[in-house]
Ligand binder design. Structure first.
Ligand code: NAD
Length: 483
């Protein structure tokens, strides 16, 4: 019987070897539900990074030489292990990240689906033959793996975000050096363990931790690395994309969002509240595609806000491992400080507080109540900066033209949602919104088979669908005649 709170010592994984902290520097790891220290994370030294890069260089030669079928067999085996181990991965993930353990287990299972899907996608990665102007020549267009990739992933979905990037990179034939978030190391290390146990050749995957700015700068500038993929805030994304541009390396940037939710006056209010409250408060709102700015038709605004506030008040805060908990803590104390500042600013600017608005009354952890703010002015910080927490801000609208303009007014363009029973309105709003992903009468946008990414300052490239595989490939044209 596993001790519910047991948490192993995280290690580095380099060139197929699991490496303990030894005499390296370490960083503290805390349980966000209790504030307790649960472990120390080894910081990779320069020599560790050089070893990881050299392993990735050698690993790429081995891995790219495998057929797509051979690669798929290993990725499918890893997927099977993730399914078998989902309960244990979920437990570890909740201890370090805070979300409900059911959500963490679902994340591990979703990661298995991601590996399965990319394994098969790469098997169907057809090139093309272009008709030639000359006889006896063939114009071949083929996709080749781009080379060793440097991946940087955050703490909010500590299993599925690394899984999306790893699955696409490995399926394409790339080797990888990944730096997951320092707050949540075990979640990604469990992915590495599954891949290692599944028979991934040594050197193909390397996992390092440390000071994010130092590691990212060093890896991106290394001549070994050919591709950079990052998920996190727009500010850090711009920094990393800037470094990558200096050395002319392509990037996938999955950055911040500020999803508008447009609710017309012809909907079943209870149903839309149920759907949007569930996706808002999942993972305590720490989701880049979380519904945030609620533009509610003037005729339904007050009724919608009243029901949404009831749904928010019904969420019991607590440790994600406890069965009675309906919303866990925020991942780190910085998020609590951010909530306090943004919500205080909105109220000072004239917004009405309809639910929540305070720290959770629980000892130790980083708890914040599910919060509803109505009639929030555009000048409030929360209408302009990503809150990344359990809070919504509402405004009223009357016409589709006006609401589309307001929904599009921010530099973000990741996810957007709209709810209406009118087919014409659904069609129009889907086209009018500037976002990489639009959920019309549907709040879930996260399958491995569909594109996942933003436009404008929410980034570029995709972490889902066939577009994700393309991000780890180069296109080569071969003109082939015969003598
Ligand atoms: P942050 O911007 O400091 O860090 C975000 C992520 O980037 C973390 O995982 C961090 O380890 C990493 N990071 C930071 N600096 C880096 C660097 N120089 N090189 C490589 N990686 C680096 O913010 P935070 O306080 O951890 O999170 C708060 C904000 O980050 C949120 O408001 C949200 O906008 C954004 N965020 C977005 C996502 C997402 O899914 N798009 C996920 C997590 C955080």
């Amino acid at each position: 019987m596993v001790d519910r709170h047991a948490y192993p010592a995280p290690r580095l994984f380099i060139d197929g070897e699991w490496i303990d902290a030894g005499d390296r520097d370490t960083l503290p790891i805390a349980n966000p539900a209790t504030g307790e220290a649960i472990g120390r994370l080894p910081v990779a030294t320069r020599a560790d990074l050089d070893r990881a890069l050299d392993a990735a260089r050698r690993g790429f030669v081995v891995w790219r030489a495998k057929t797509a079928l051979e690669r798929a067999a290993i990725l499918h085996r890893a997927a099977g292990l993730l399914r078998e181990r989902a309960d244990e991965i979920g437990r570890l993930s909740t201890i370090e990240q805070g979300k409900l353990v059911g959500e963490s287990i679902a994340e591990a299972q979703a990661s298995a689906d991601i590996f399965d899907w990319f394994a098969e996608d790469a098997r169907r990665d057809y090139g093309r033959i272009v008709p030639s102007k000359q006889p006896a020549v063939r114009h071949l267009v083929v996709h080749e793996p781009i080379g060793p990739a440097a991946l940087f992933t955050p703490w909010n979905f500590p299993v599925t975000i690394p899984a999306r990037k790893l699955a696409a990179a490995l399926a394409a034939g790339c080797s990888v050096v990944i730096k997951p978030a320092e707050e949540t190391p075990m979640s990604c290390l469990e992915l590495a363990r599954a891949l290692d146990d599944a028979g991934l050749p040594k050197g193909v995957l390397n996992v390092v931790f440390g000071l994010p700015a130092e590691i990212s700068d060093y890896l991106i500038r290394s001549p070994v690395i050919r591709k950079v993929s990052f998920t996190g805030s727009t500010g850090v994304g711009k920094l990393l994309a800037g470094i990558a541009a200096e050395v002319m390396k392509p990037t996938t940037m999955e950055l911040g969002g500020h999803a508008p939710v447009i609710v017309f006056d012809d909907v079943d209010i209870d149903m839309v509240v149920r759907m949007t409250a569930a996706s808002k408060f999942r993972n305590a709102g720490q989701i880049c595609i979380a519904p945030t700015r609620f533009y509610l038709h003037d005729r339904i605004h007050d009724a919608f806000v009243a029901r949404f506030a009831e749904a928010a008040r019904a969420l019991t805060l607590g440790n994600g491992l406890d069965p009675g908990t309906r919303m866990g803590p925020l991942a780190n104390p910085r998020r609590v400080v951010a909530m306090e500042a943004m919500i205080g600013d909105a109220i000072a600017g004239g917004a009405a507080l309809r639910a929540g608005g305070a720290k959770g009354d629980l000892p130790g952890g980083n708890f914040w109540e599910a919060t509803v703010l109505s009639d929030v002015p555009d000048s409030a910080r929360i209408m302009n900066e990503e809150p990344f927490g359990p809070v919504i801000a509402t405004q009223r609208f009357e016409t589709i033209e006006d609401v589309a303009e307001r929904a599009n007014r921010l530099p973000y363009g990741l996810a957007a949602y709209a709810f209406t029973r009118s087919a014409a309105q659904a069609h129009r709003i889907g086209e009018m919104i500037e976002a990489g992903m639009v959920g019309v009468n549907f709040p879930v946008l996260t399958g491995p088979e569909t594109p996942f990414g933003g436009v404008k300052e929410s980034g570029h490239g995709s972490d889902g669908g066939i577009e994700a595989l393309r991000g780890y490939q180069v296109t080569k044209y071969i003109a082939q005649g015969y003598l």
